[in-house]
Design a protein around this ligand. Structure first.
Ligand code: ADP
Ligand code: MG
Length: 114
């Protein structure tokens, strides 16, 4: 069992969701986040002067997956989220010790698939 976190451009969120669905990955959580990175943030003007507010709005997806789905998920995210320009984001993969489905009480892979 693994957890994938993917920080992507907000503009790529729908494409990533659809690419995951094509790999039969239909369940995930997502968060509207702000990030600092290589890409320069937005500028705001205040009384005629431009200020760099630095951060950029992004979407973070969090997906709990059986190990066999990890490679397909990464492929899907890369294919949908990559522009090649600074700011494309990051994918991390973390081992998960235990998953319990609150409704069914099932654990492990059954918790995800039930
Ligand atoms: N080391 C990091 N830890 C956590 N989040 C990061 C890290 N590096 C980048 N990010 C996230 O990814 C976003 C894109 O990173 P950025 O460095 O701009 O992209 P790239 O490396 O593709 O040029 C950032 O705005 C931030 O949300
Ligand atoms: Mg970077």
């Amino acid at each position: 069992m693994k957890k994938i976190n993917a920080i992507v451009r907000a503009s790529k969120f729908e494409a990533v969701r659809d690419a995951l669905a094509e790999k039969n990955i239909h369940f995930f959580s997502f968060f509207e986040i702000k990030g600092y990175g290589h890409a320069k943030g937005e500028h705001r003007t205040y009384r005629g002067a431009a200020y760099d507010i630095g951060y950029i709005a992004r979407i973070e997806l969090e997906i709990i997956l059986s190990d066999t789905f990890v490679a397909p998920a990464i492929e899907a995210i890369l294919s949908a989220a990559k522009t090649g320009e600074k700011g494309d984001g990051l994918i991390t993969v973390t081992p998960i010790e235990q998953v319990i489905n609150i409704r069914t009480g099932f654990t492990g892979s059954e918790a995800i698939n039930s």
